[in-house]
Write a protein that binds this ligand. Structure first.
Ligand SMILES: Nc1ccn([C@@H]2O[C@H](COP(=O)(O)OP(=O)(O)OP(=O)(O)O)[C@@H](O)[C@H]2O)c(=O)n1
Ligand SMILES: C[C@](O)(CO)[C@H](O)COP(=O)(O)O
Length: 254
């Protein structure tokens, strides 16, 4: 006999609490020498603090798990303690691993049981607007097992021969139809048990969490991303990020 008082999976998802895992353990090799990327300053405030504030700006988010550089959990904790963060959000800091995938898994391991929806957000995308965060959460609440924010591409993309020797011109082997491609951002949102299953079953290195869910045979849904959710990867991205912050300050009348 069915238990009429027990919520259906869809009802449970609609009610579920949301936590965010922020992988912040990378070195930032492409950014050049310096402190770990997440700890570098953007207009005087560490990139990680911007990213944490961007997640905590959503009223739906009640826990943020920051995955710190393996030997830097203490430093990251002190950093978060020293900056004003919304009181309605709890914070946990755990040490990360050698790859983004391992760092996310360590963050998932630290999640308390009572969170049914999990977002994974790069510390390296510090400026994502709250509307994008909320759109991802809403789509998971509505039943998608995995949701990614994404934008259409501005450039044409070529696939090249992977066997080309380093430094040699690369023969083009294909030109995918651009209109069907999307550049994927974070936060990516998941039904918690689906994301955990994906991390348990996919062992090869992948570049995002949603592709692990695709490997389970489930459909990942795309919602509109935002230009300001770009990833700080190379030195020019720092210039752009500071320009975006300056424009925001101007618009806010500071
Ligand atoms: N071992 C790792 C590697 C990456 N990340 C995080 O994953 C996000 C996206 O990674 P990326 O932009 O590639 O950062 P880095 O690995 O630091 O950059 P790079 O590849 O240039 O070294 C970043 O927030 C980064 O801190 C992580 O938590 N643990
Ligand atoms: C997850 C991600 O930001 C989606 O675009 C991206 O794949 C991370 O890649 P990275 O090389 O680890 O920065």
């Amino acid at each position: 006999m069915s238990d009429v008082s027990r919520p259906s999976p869809a009802e449970a998802r609609a009610e579920a609490r949301t936590a965010v895992v922020i992988p912040a353990a990378g070195r930032g090799v492409r950014l050049g020498p310096g402190a770990p990327k997440a700890l570098r300053a953007l207009n005087g405030t560490p990139m990680l603090v911007h990213a944490v504030r961007a997640m905590a700006a959503s009223r739906a988010v009640s826990l943020v798990v920051v995955v710190a550089p393996p030997d830097g959990a203490g430093e990251v904790k002190s950093l978060l303690d020293a900056h004003a963060l919304p009181e309605r959000t709890d914070f946990l800091v755990v040490p990360g691993g050698d790859s983004r995938q391992e760092s996310v898994r360590l963050g998932l391991d630290a999640l308390p049981p009572d969170f049914g929806i999990v977002l994974v957000h790069d510390a390296a995308r510090p400026l994502v607007p709250v509307d994008t965060v909320d759109a991802v959460i809403e789509a998971v609440r509505e039943g998608a097992p995995a949701v990614v924010p994404a934008l259409p591409l501005a450039d044409t993309v070529k696939e090249v021969d992977p066997a080309t020797a380093p430094g040699e011109p690369e023969p083009v082997v294909a030109t995918p139809v651009r209109a069907r491609l999307r550049a994927v951002q974070t936060p990516q949102g998941f039904d918690r048990s689906t994301l955990i299953r994906a991390h348990e079953s996919v062992t090869e290195d992948v570049t995002d969490d949603a592709s692990m869910v695709e490997q389970l045979g489930l459909t990942v849904m795309v919602v509109p991303g935002h230009e300001e959710a770009f990833k700080v990867t190379r030195p020019l991205d720092l210039v752009l990020a500071e320009a975006v912050l300056a424009r925001r300050r101007l618009n806010d009348g500071f």
